[in-house]
Design a protein around this ligand. Structure first.
Ligand code: ASP
Length: 589
């Protein structure tokens, strides 16, 4: 139907006849001349109708915002005074000759440029209108470019794109499963995959050697701001590659992606052990753009006669750490109160601080409500360790290690943002040497990654001291976000059985749930490993979008529903009967 996209017309087409199709972005009536801004995927162009073309002029008079029209016309230069340098097509306009209304449109639920005021629910209910906004189009376009660059990279490196089932059995990644009742097997359910983990491992057993998939994953979790119940992974798996080789090949992929799409040079990715990341940054996904670090002061605080500090300092599961903020002495009491409230979200019961007003004056030059509890020489040693200077503030966290790390780790990022301390735009790294297991509190263990991750030790050593075991896992972190994570997998039966035992998965349960995997491991499973990147987060980072919902065409709300289709919906009795399902009445309903 069309000869050009609206947004692509430039002075090169002057005097050419063109046919354009699109939506009326705006219509203006300038005393006898009608201006239409016509919009399509590629942008906006101005079309002018004058009364000479009577019938078409009359139609142009009738159109309203978001009508779909086709226009035939001639490209002409705008007069000097009407050139619009802010518009890519601002040098030209189309003198309209014919106008056909292809479809009318009801008054839109919101003006495209006033979307902010209507709230996200309205945007999501009329998502097809919301997606007409150039900003949203741009994000989806970039998403498509990202997947295409990634596909090309992986294709070029010998990876095969292979689909894995959506209707399957549970694949544990630590979330609840979405279940689908089976009609043909009464009382039985499929689970939607939390990831293609087991299938990709089985593809390695099949000898595929290098697999990838842009895969949809489903996790029924209580949603946090940056989560979606269904999301997309760039999922890959390889055989006969070491962890170093896998990191190298995927790091190169991300480097090429950012270079090609954003013209950003990421440079080398440093590797940092998990323990170091937790100790220095209180996080396993440290944002290295922020030059603040946690410093342990356990040894000093043990000598302080103040329970808030010496309690955690003497507790093997406790930690006392300091966070120095250069130039932070100007932070007001009120702001400190705000930060105290902020760290309380992470369970911290307070936020002690010391301001350094005049370092040369020794203790006298410090200002803090906690100084009176501390011997001078301890304070002095602490200030030396922290290498404080005039104008600094030091914050303290004293609690269980987990609380201190989470609270000070988050505070570090918040201070970095509030005080704009960023030293670079991009800071990638690999976090490696994760612990195999985490204690659940009741004396049980759970996998830090997933139960198929290989430990860096023998099955015997693993069973002897699960707490000490490290895994061969790696997470790629960019600007404080976990972009992807993976591991070398267990490829030997004995090791897999040992891990199941530690996790409290008995032999019968293991057979029932993972019998197919255990069998496969006995039929010549090669050493293998891989990882998965979160595509949505990657796109967020690369587009600068603030919400994950802004990079997904049809996302779910935070309560895991779709306001447009009204999914999930109710199901009629006939359908339920077919599935042999009867709904229980809610107690009290
Ligand atoms: N399946 C893992 C996940 O979804 C990634 C991997 O280990 O490859 O986190």
């Amino acid at each position: 139907m069309r000869s050009h996209y609206c947004g692509t017309i430039t002075a090169d087409q002057i005097d050419q006849d063109v046919t354009l199709c699109g939506w009326v972005d705006r219509r203006r009536d300038h005393g006898g001349v009608i201006f239409l801004d016509l919009r399509d995927r590629e942008g906006i162009v101005q079309v002018v109708f004058d009364p000479d073309t009577e019938a078409h002029f009359a139609r142009a008079d009738k159109v309203r915002n978001e009508y779909v029209i086709a226009v035939k016309g001639r490209v002409r230069a705008r007069t000097e005074t009407t050139v619009n340098p802010n518009m890519p097509t601002g040098e030209i306009e189309i003198l309209g000759k014919e106008l056909e209304i292809l479809n009318s449109a009801a008054t839109p639920p919101f003006q495209l440029d006033e979307h902010i005021e209507v709230g996200e629910d309205v945007r999501l209910k009329y998502r097809y209108v919301d997606l007409r906004r150039p900003e949203m189009q741009e994000r989806l376009r970039l998403r498509s470019r990202i997947t295409s660059v990634i596909r090309r990279y992986l294709d070029d490196h010998g990876f095969m794109d292979i689909e894995t089932p959506i209707l399957t059995r549970a694949t544990p990644e630590g979330a609840r499963d979405y279940l689908v009742p089976s009609r043909t097997h009464e009382g039985k359910f499929f689970a939607l995959p939390q990831s293609p983990q087991l299938f990709k491992q089985l593809l390695m057993v099949s000898g595929m050697d290098r697999y990838y998939q842009i895969a949809r994953c489903f996790r029924d979790e209580d949603l946090r701001a940056d989560r979606q119940p269904e999301f997309t992974q760039i999922d890959l798996e390889t055989s006969f590659m070491t962890d170093e080789e896998i990191m190298t090949i995927t790091e190169e992929m991300i480097r090429e992606l950012l270079k090609e799409v954003l013209n950003v040079e990421l440079g080398d990715f440093p590797r940092m052990p998990y323990a170091e990341a937790m100790e220095r940054f209180g996080s396993d996904k440290p944002d290295l753009r922020i030059p603040l670090e946690l410093v342990d002061v356990n040894d000093l605080m043990r000598q302080v006669d103040f329970k808030v500090f010496n309690g955690p300092a003497n507790d093997p599961k406790g930690r006392v750490a300091a966070l120095k903020v250069p130039g932070g002495a100007s932070i007001s009491r009120k702001q400190i109160d705000g930060y105290t409230k902020f760290v309380s979200i992470y369970g911290a019961r307070g936020l002690a601080w010391i301001k350094v007003n005049d370092q040369a004056a020794g203790i006298e030059g410090l200002q803090s409500p906690i100084l009176k509890f501390m011997p001078d020489d301890i304070v002095k040693q602490m200030m030396e360790r922290l290498a404080v200077a005039d104008g600094d503030i030091v914050f303290f966290g004293a609690d269980k290690t987990k609380v201190v790390n989470e609270a000070l780790g988050a505070l570090r990022v918040k201070l970095g943002e509030d005080l704009n301390l960023f030293t670079s735009q991009w800071a990638p790294l690999w976090v490696v040497d994760f612990p195999m297991f985490e204690e659940t509190g009741d004396g049980n263990w759970t996998s830090l990654h997933h139960p198929f991750t290989a430990p860096a030790c023998s099955p015997e050593a693993l069973e002897k001291d699960p707490a000490a075991a490290l895994s061969v896992a790696y997470d790629m972190v960019l600007n404080g976000m976990e972009l992807g994570g993976g591991s070398i997998r267990i490829h030997q039966l004995e090791m897999q059985q040992a891990v199941f035992r530690i996790l409290g998965i008995g032999e019968d349960e293991a057979r029932e749930k993972f019998g197919f995997l255990l069998d496969a491991l006995t039929f010549g499973a090669p050493p293998h490993g891989g990882l998965a990147f979160g595509l949505d987060r990657l796109v967020m980072l690369m587009t600068g979008a603030k919400s994950i919902r802004d990079v997904i065409a049809f996302p779910k709300t935070q309560s895991a529903s779709c306001v447009m289709t009204e999914a999930p919906g109710t199901v009629g009795n006939a359908q339920l009967r077919e599935l042999n399902i009867s709904l229980r009445e809610k107690p009290g309903a």
